[in-house]
Design a protein around this ligand. Sequence first.
Ligand code: ADP
Ligand code: UDP
Length: 236
Amino acid sequence: MSKEKLYEGKAKVIYTTDNPDELLVYYKDDATAGNGAKKGTIMEKGILNNKISAFFFDMLAENNIEHHYISMPSEREMIVKKLDIIPLEVVLRNVAAGSLAQRLGVEEGTKLSTPVLEYYYKCDELGDPMINQFHIKAMNWATEDELAQIEKLGLKINDIMTKYLKTKNIDLIDFKLEFGRYHGKVILGDEISPDNCRFWDSETHEKLDKDRFRRDLGNVEDAYKEILHRLTGEKA
Ligand code: ADP
Ligand code: UDP
């Protein structure tokens, strides 16, 4: 397979493949927080996130959500549909945590009466500023129709994931999605893993996600392994 490195991000490397419609995504162990201010390594994170993401994509497909994941040629690699990524971080929230808890001055863990969808402009240099639909349309980052699709998909994915995770004794606090254009459609891309979701144990409220790294809580690898185990039964 021809492998030309197209892009190296903070958590993944993207390569071309022989098929112009497909890319290879390599999941690294590198971890960053605070827009790159804090750097580290989480042992085997690449393997765990690749497997966890693939699991979520398969589960979402069973619920009629179109996504980019095609296959997993190795433990750290996935083949995906090449998307024209819309430069937005779409954040869904069910419980106030992180930046929302800070901004609204509410205690982390406060249940939100309805899900909240937020947009951030994907731009490392600017620190991913929060924006709204007006900025997105004014800057031509997405059309009105694309935004309507993103909103509908985001809320539906939140609903499916929240209900599914509850059966695994996990509360889905919040998470970030990315979408892209593929042959005229808007579909789900990037990854769904403890790097970009907040997962709390439903009973103990123990954090099973990247907050363990961000906040130096310890047992980071174990939390990622626990998520893979609860989802797939696999012991990493
Ligand atoms: P970052 O760019 O934030 O450092 P990553 O290290 O995760 O993040 O890099 C992965 C990059 O690949 C992201 O910029 C993401 O938007 C992009 N990407 C994810 N899925 C696809 C896809 N199917 N097609 C094209 N680009 C994608
Ligand atoms: N998130 C992400 N990438 C980012 C910012 C946030 O994946 O660049 C995820 C994060 O893991 C959490 C949700 O989006 O699940 C909401 O994050 P928040 O705005 O609270 O930011 P943080 O507290 O991480 O600064």
